[in-house]
Ligand binder design. Structure first.
Ligand SMILES: N[C@@H](CCC(=O)N[C@@H](CS)C(=O)NCC(=O)O)C(=O)O
Length: 226
């Protein structure tokens, strides 16, 4: 197996979507070879028919998009620990995936976009600047001013309520919903650092997530000192 991911200066693996895939792969007991690319290396993933990471290659099969990778792993390796816990669980995980994309990542984007620019090699900065201007209508300088820790924390309220009752979003142990939300907080860890208060139940959960799979996520080079 190979997993294509976005790696910027100082070895920072910044993509929340790649982190979802890395955690889902570890959950299924898979350790793919990791292939690091930059924003300017899209030719290396052209074989996938699109220009985003993560891209998973499993033998002859090529899968792009973090949700499609999770669904592929669940269907291809059903005998291994489940990511969704059945059909209804898969649908709820999909709903939660949409919540993460539209709510959690929206506030994280405002906070992490400029620091991600700072970690982007100089040769790719013009692309990054222009593409984010086209998406948001804002310059990197405006985005730097617009990021709000308060808004990031407030957006996590549904997770906070759940994690006050359970160790993981999926119950007693982690599953795909946990990896999905954790990906966003890994983007913050890579670019800004920790964004939560120590006594926040979401922070307790994040620490448990960092410890999973022999500290897979904790070991990655980051902006945070644990
Ligand atoms: N819906 C996709 C989104 C993938 C995505 O947007 N990946 C970003 C990395 S965070 C990317 O490849 N960006 C390249 C670019 O901005 O040019 C997924 O869930 O995998």
């Amino acid at each position: 197996m190979k997993l294509y991911e976005l790696v910027l200066d100082h070895g920072r693996s910044v993509s929340p979507f790649v982190w979802r895939a890395r955690m889902a792969l570890a959950h299924k007991g898979c350790s793919p070879e990791r292939v690091a690319i930059g924003y300017g290396d899209k030719a290396l993933i052209a074989f996938s028919g699109q220009d985003r990471v993560p891209v998973l290659v499993d033998g002859e099969t090529v899968v792009a998009d973090s949700w499609r990778i999770a669904a592929y792993l669940e269907d291809r390796y059903p005998e291994r620990p489940s990511l969704f816990g059945g059909g209804a669980g898969r649908d709820l995980a999909r709903l939660f995936n949409h919540w993460c994309d539209s709510q959690q990542l929206r506030t994280l984007f405002m906070l992490c976009c400029a620091p991600t620019f700072d970690l982007t090699p100089a040769r790719d900065q013009p692309y990054y600047r222009q593409s984010r201007l086209e998406w948001t209508g804002m310059t990197i300088e405006q985005l730097r001013e617009a990021g709000s820790l308060r808004q990031v924390r407030a957006a996590l309220e549904p997770m906070r309520l759940m994690l006050a009752e359970r160790p993981f979003l999926s119950g007693d142990g982690p599953a795909y919903a946990d990896y999905c939300a954790f990906g966003g907080l890994m983007w913050a860890r890579m670019t800004v650092g920790g964004v939560l208060e120590r006594d926040d139940p979401v922070e307790g959960w994040r620490q448990r997530m960092l410890d999973l799979f022999d500290g897979l996520a904790r070991a990655a080079p980051c902006a945070e000192t644990d």
